[in-house]
Ligand binder design. Structure first.
Ligand code: ZN
Length: 196
C-alpha cells in the first residue's frame, strides 16, 4: 500500500503522485483514500475533474463502490492552476480526459509546494497510452499502477475492453460497456476479430 511521504510542514515541499490502471481497477477508491487521509491530517484539499465526466454526479468524484468526495468540474487543465490557491493537496480524477497541458500544470502546482495526486486510465480501449497520462507518469515522483480482475479468467487485468460498438474514444461507461481483461484474454479477442 502506498504510504505518504513525510509531510514537511515547515518548508513547502510539493510532489506529484499518479494512480493509474484500467477500468474497475480501484483508481478512484485509492485517490479518495489518500485524500481522506490528508483531510484527517487537517490539510486543505481541493479536488478537480474534467467537465466531461458526468457519469454519476455533477460535482462529486464517485468511485464504483459509491465512495464520493466533493469536486469541481473544470474545462481545461489551466483552470486548475487558477482555482487551486491556498491548498495543501490537489486531487485530480479521470485525468486522461484532460488536455496535454495537465502534466505541466501538476508540476507547476508541485513546484509551489502542493502535493498533487492524479488518478486516470493509463490506456484507452485500444490499448494506446491515454492523453496526458504518459507525461504525468514520466514526471511524477510516485506512480502506482492498480489492477482490476480479468472478467474471463480471473488473472490481474490491465486492459479495458469495450463491449459497446462505438468508435468514439471518449465513451463514459459502466459494466455494460467495458470489461477489464488480462493481456492473454485481450489478445485472444483481437486475434479472433482479425481472423474473421
Ligand atoms: Zn484473462
Amino acid at each position: 500500500m502506498f504510504l505518504e511521504n513525510d509531510i514537511n510542514r515547515a518548508g513547502k515541499n510539493g510532489w506529484v503522485e499518479v494512480i493509474v490502471g484500467s477500468m474497475f481497477s480501484g483508481k478512484t477508491e485509492e485517490l479518495i483514500r489518500r485524500l481522506n487521509r490528508a483531510k484527517i491530517a487537517r490539510q486543505k484539499v481541493e479536488i478537480f475533474k474534467p467537465h466531461i465526466d458526468v457519469r454519476y454526479s455533477e460535482d462529486e468524484v464517485v468511485s464504483h463502490n459509491s465512495n464520493s468526495i466533493r469536486s469541481t468540474p473544470v474545462e481545461t487543465s489551466a483552470n486548475i492552476l487558477l482555482l487551486a490557491s491556498n491548498v495543501d493537496v490537489v486531487g485530480i480524477d479521470e485525468a486522461q480526459f484532460f488536455d496535454e497541458g495537465l502534466a505541466e500544470v501538476c508540476n507547476e502546482l508541485a513546484n509551489q509546494g502542493i502535493r498533487v495526486i492524479v488518478a486516470g486510465l493509463d490506456m484507452d480501449f485500444r490499448g494506446n497510452p491515454f492523453g496526458p497520462i504518459p507525461s504525468l507518469m514520466a514526471t511524477a515522483e510516485y506512480v502506482t499502477k492498480v489492477h482490476a480482475v480479468c472478467m474471463r479468467c480471473g488473472n490481474l487485468a490491465n486492459y479495458s475492453h469495450r463491449l459497446a460498438e462505438a468508435d468514439k474514444l471518449v465513451l463514459l461507461g459502466e459494466k455494460s460497456e467495458y470489461e477489464p481483461l488480462c493481456r492473454n484474454c485481450y489478445q485472444k479477442i483481437y486475434q479472433d476479430t482479425e481472423n474473421k
